[in-house]
Design a protein around this ligand. Structure first.
Ligand SMILES: Nc1ncnc2c1ncn2[C@@H]1O[C@H](COP(=O)(O)OP(=O)(O)O)[C@@H](O)[C@H]1O
Ligand SMILES: [Mg+2]
Length: 294
């Protein structure tokens, strides 16, 4: 770890107090962040979006659910001894596994536990469910940073959550893969609501062009409405912060990418809650759907 990163960490841990909760009774909204293609910026987006929501007074838990390339902890410069794996084996409580990174963001490393979750019976999942219910009652949002593409695990996370944020870059391959993912998920579970984030955009026009391709195709061929939540500029500060293992919204709060994340977080919080559709929301709904999905 560099000296600069260390001093930033110190500064930030002092600077950001937990704000008072906007409401005392919580039903955490479960959001998956995914993509068709890998390496598009999901983990950076998840972490920095979580930090912004937190600085706006919301309680957010980040869950690293990427089996192949879990790296939220690397982005935060922390390492974890325990993961979901130990909770599923009932060796640890969820509180033993939660780590705190810069900005006091709590996160759960999925580790090899993610693959195990798929094959657990309802009975085996009970301890995990009781544990996750404990933390979720204290949260406004739980963000699952998943892997890319249509793996079995990814499908389960996406179709069990309350909402799916799809990250794409303006590259044609990333756009095509994002649409392919949306199409398959929608074919299996038409009720999953999607929103788009265009990452690494040159400017707003490029982001708009990329998102329009997906939004218009989905409207035309799937009769599906997808919201464009916003875009994040292609910004060298992001690369710098990855190298320093310190989130860019904390290291460079004024850089373009940080301002974009701020805009996205404000817009996200301004979207009115969906009217009750009759289906279960929050962690109860998540688990209900998780067990139902094959
Ligand atoms: N907005 C951005 N501007 C510049 N580079 C970015 C941006 N977002 C991501 N990157 C680069 O892409 C890499 C992969 O990002 P990451 O969040 O790990 O992707 P994923 O989780 O989708 O695999 C980062 O290490 C960084 O170098
Ligand atoms: Mg990632």
């Amino acid at each position: 770890m560099t000296d600069q990163a260390q001093s930033l960490r110190h500064l930030v841990s002092k600077k950001i107090p937990a704000r008072p909760a906007p409401s005392s009774k919580r039903a955490a909204k479960i959001i998956t962040i995914t993509s068709g293609k890998g390496g598009v910026g999901k983990s950076n987006f998840t972490l920095n979006f979580a930090l912004k929501l937190r600085s706006l007074g919301r309680k957010v838990l980040v869950f690293d659910a990427d089996i192949g390339m879990a790296n939220i902890d690397v982005l935060m410069g922390v390492s974890s001894r325990f993961s979901l794996y130990h909770v599923l084996r009932q060796e640890k409580s969820i509180y033993d596994v939660i780590q705190y990174g810069p900005g006091e963001i709590p996160y759960i490393p999925g580790g090899s536990g993610i693959a195990d979750m798929i094959s657990l019976s309802e009975e085996d999942l009970n301890y995990f469910v009781s544990q996750i219910e404990l933390v979720s009652s204290e949260m406004d949002y739980i963000l699952f940073d998943t892997g890319a593409g249509l793996s079995k695990e990814n499908m389960k996370f996406i179709t069990s959550a309350d909402q799916c944020l799809v990250v794409t870059t303006p590259e044609p391959t990333s756009i095509t893969d994002a649409y392919a993912l949306i199409k398959v998920v929608h074919g299996n579970s038409p009720e999953v609501p999607f929103a788009l984030i265009v990452n690494r955009a040159g400017d707003e026009a490029e982001a708009r062009q990329a998102s329009d391709k997906i939004i218009l195709t989905a409207q035309r061929f799937l009769n599906l409405d997808i919201k464009m939540l916003g875009y994040v500029t292609d910004d060298p500060h992001v690369v710098k912060s990855v190298k320093h293992q310190f989130p860019f919204t904390l290291a460079f709060p004024k850089c373009e990418a940080s301002r974009d994340i701020q805009r996205i977080a404000l817009r996200y919080l301004a979207i009115p809650a969906q009217p009750e559709s009759g289906s279960l929301t929050g962690i109860k709904g998540f688990m209900h759907r998780w067990l139902k999905r094959k």
